[in-house]
Design a protein around this ligand. Structure first.
Ligand code: MOS
Length: 752
């Protein structure tokens, strides 16, 4: 398979230590010139186009489809339906682990949610396939759609992936009784959709060498395994290319039904097939963030210390699968309440199955928690930042474990200083700008667990002094091609321009999933270990050879730098990689490395990244229009591999925080259960005009426990503090506590 390796040097390349350098992303030129290949750019010879027909109802069955009309349309080659499709090796509704989501692959005529695929039209052109799909004119038997959060409740078996639905320490009811003040409030968050710029797409070709797929994936090895199971083929015969993603946000973490439909279509017609979701088809079969209704009860003593924190989250899942948004889990780590209880309940609705999305649990939970904390602070007459510091968790409250590192105090201090927080008046509605707009300042605490998955990498040093690092990692826009290559270069002891960094296909070693903000830590540690292993082999060659200036130094007695091994005790004695390999008569030397979370560290420490976000909003007192004016975040996330990219990650997260607080919401028609705003015109996300002055401060943090590189992860934390900070700023501006998100002007209008 052709592969992409990025071996050109970045513009800001500095020599020496690569990790920590603010390099420009190495794939930038490819992207801005349009040369970076995305899945839908592929066009193998003989390729056909597949277009999905999707359900226009939320619940019921497809009584009939006019397949004959679609087939009669010029250019249509075939129509895949429940009655006419390739046989699968397993039932798409079979599930043997929590990562195996049930898929809609035309297994029957049932409709379980709006925009569920009900047929696939395959044609010579996109236009013919599109027209063919409209000619199917489905007739439905419709049942009443179950929507909203008022249905019959049950306690889910687990939340997120396998977390217990209820967790507690101490006696919350007693804590509330003992409290001088109790604040209780209910917060609601809506269904949200991932809205990656690049829709899910697949180009699938069954060849003699196996199944070749171009599709965006945040986890190629998991996709391989899922596809292998469905088609009854060996995973290694499936070749997935996914060098770039136009955003994933969790929706491309697991292979989605429509991607499998593309593979089925290619099998059915015996030709390569391209299937690209239309924008509106992204609102249904590829996951979303579930809505929540969260009840928080906070008890505080006379001094403003939390005596109890009770967080109950009600959420919705689909009628047929089990992903439950772990919203209340956000209350496990941040505040040192004497007693904490978190619990979840759920209802079944006629929706596509929810999925991980942009800090699943933490984003939904923290907007409620951070609002509630703000309410409690005001009830106690305390500044919201002072209140947070008063309740600062020195150890993880529920587990009692020490933090592997926690520079949250520094985040609060640096963010507050930069923002000018100390002059904030306590009372709401006390600031106006010269134009008469109400001005408010709010703070939110950010947190996200430092996770790590399993991964492997292969490192090669060649006789010409160059190196190569192979890992099937995923760049979904976050900059993996660059950050991981920096770790690779340091691991190999080479300058970046001497390293071929091979990535983005499933034929390379498994890099684990690019999710949970864990990709840099996971893939990075595999790369680091592979580098160390190949250097160790090289050191063995040199230090065991009398002809080497390093003879007798021992494997631990040398260090690798700039293409040479140096004696630790006398750095003037060194030898270049090519000389070592040439003497040994080797063209190249290679070794593998692995990464996995360290169970001992996990047992002994709580590991989280932290941050503090400060927001200034302006609200039009007559019209209720809200503008975020300033957003300043200070984050501590262990070692920063590339400050340039990390800042960019934080900006992205913070902007999604603006989105959560003020924009995003899927609107469901109560009568039909259909999503009424399934497009980017009416499903609002922030555009440039909505994004104010944004700043991200990188707070120093050294973590000796989280992994050998000290990396925590930065992908999702930005959203977690920002949304709450904005909501709190809106309250501070107006004196109106909005507990239904997104906050719209209808909640504020005429408040002057
Ligand atoms: Mo993320 S929601 O872990 O891709």
């Amino acid at each position: 398979m052709p592969e992409i390796t990025l071996s050109q040097s970045a513009r800001h390349q500095r020599h020496g230590s690569n990790v920590g350098q603010p390099l420009t992303r190495r794939d930038g030129v490819l992207k801005v010139t349009g040369a970076a290949p995305y899945a839908a750019d592929h066009h193998p010879t003989g390729m056909l186009y597949a277009v999905m027909a999707v359900a226009g109802i939320a619940r019921g069955r497809v009584a009939s489809l006019d397949v004959a009309a679609a087939k009669a349309h010029p250019g249509v080659v075939d129509v895949m339906t429940p009655a006419h499709k390739p046989k699968l090796a397993m039932d798409p509704d079979e599930k043997s682990n929590p990562f195996m989501f049930r898929l809609d692959l035309l297994q029957n005529d049932k409709v379980r949610y709006p925009r569920q695929p009900i047929a696939v039209v395959i044609a010579e052109t996109l236009e013919a396939a599109t027209e063919g799909a409209t000619l199917l004119a489905p007739v439905y038997e419709t049942q009443t759609a179950r929507i909203g959060l008022d249905g019959e409740r049950f306690v889910p078996p687990g939340v997120g992936v396998g977390n217990p639905p209820a967790v507690s320490h101490g006696d919350v009811e007693q804590g509330l009784k003992d409290a001088a003040k109790v604040t209780e409030a209910v917060y609601e968050t809506p269904s949200q959709y991932h809205n990656a710029m690049e829709p899910h797409a697949i180009v699938a070709e069954w060849t003699e060498a196996g199944l070749v797929i171009d599709t965006p994936s945040q986890g190629m090895a998991m996709a391989q395994a899922r596809i292998a199971g469905l088609f009854g083929i060996a995973p290694e015969t499936i070749h997935i290319r996914s060098p770039f993603l136009g955003g994933g946000f969790g929706s491309k973490g697991l292979v989605a039904g429509p991607q499998v439909l593309g593979i089925m279509a290619a099998k059915l017609v015996g030709r390569p097939v391209k299937l690209v979701l239309r924008r509106e088809q992204m609102y249904g079969p590829v996951g979303h963030r579930a809505p929540t209704r969260q009840t928080l009860r906070l008890g505080t003593d006379a001094g403003g210390r939390l005596t109890a924190l009770d967080h109950h989250a009600l959420t919705a899942s689909s009628s047929f699968d089990d992903f439950f948004e772990p919203a209340a889990d956000a209350s496990h780590t941040l505040y040192a309440a004497k007693a904490i209880a978190t619990a979840h309940e759920a209802v079944r609705t006629d929706t596509g199955t929810p999925l991980f999305m942009r800090a699943p649990g933490e984003a939904t939970g923290s907007i409620a928690l951070e609002s509630a904390i703000d309410e409690a602070a005001f009830a106690c007459g305390l500044d919201p930042l002072a209140f947070r510091l008063k309740n600062y968790a020195e150890v993880e409250p529920i587990s009692g474990k020490p933090f592997s590192s926690k520079a949250l105090r520094e985040c609060y201090a640096q963010g507050a200083e930069r923002f000018g927080w100390s002059t904030r008046p306590l009372a709401p509605r006390s600031m106006r700008d010269e134009a008469g707009f109400l001005v408010g300042w709010g703070v939110g605490t950010a947190t996200f667990p430092a996770l790590m998955f399993q991964a492997q990498a292969r490192a090669i040093i060649r006789a010409d002094g160059s190196g190569r690092m192979e890992i099937g990692a995923h760049d979904m826009g976050q900059g993996a091609w660059t950050a991981l290559a920096q770790i690779a270069a340091d691991g190999l002891g080479l300058d970046l321009d001497k390293v071929d960094f091979a990535s983005g296909t499933s034929d390379l070693p498994d890099a684990g999933i690019a999710g949970g903000s864990a990709h840099t830590a996971t893939a990075g540690m595999a790369i680091h270990n592979a580098g160390a292993a190949v250097i160790a082999k090289l050191a063995d060659l040199a230090t065991g050879d009398e002809r080497s200036p390093l003879f007798g130094a021992g494997n631990q007695g040398v260090i690798a730098r700039e293409g040479r091994l140096h004696r630790r005790d006398d750095e003037s004695r060194s030898e270049a990689y090519p000389d070592i390999l040439a003497r040994a008569g080797l063209k190249q030397i290679e070794a593998s490395g692995k990464a996995a979370a360290d169970p001992a560290a996990q047992e002994n420490y709580a590991m989280h990244a932290h941050g503090a976000v400060f927001a200034e909003v302006k609200v039009d007192p007559d019209l209720g229009q809200i503008r975020v004016n300033r957003l300043i975040g200070a984050f501590a996330a262990g070692r920063i591999i590339n400050p340039h990219l990390v800042r960019s990650q934080y900006y992205g997260g913070m902007i999604w925080g603006i989105s959560f607080a003020l924009h995003e919401k899927a609107i469901i028609d109560r009568r039909s259960g259909r999503i009424m705003n399934g497009d980017l015109a009416e499903y609002h996300v922030p555009v440039n005009a909505d994004v104010p002055h944004v700043e991200a401060i990188l707070v120093d943090e050294h973590d000796p426990h989280v992994n050998a590189l000290g990396i925590k992860g930065v992908g999702e934390i930005g959203i977690t503090g920002s949304a709450g900070a904005i909501a709190n700023a809106v309250w501070h501006a107006t004196g109106i506590r909005c507990r239904r998100f997104p906050i719209g002007l209808e909640q504020l209008i005429g408040t002057a």
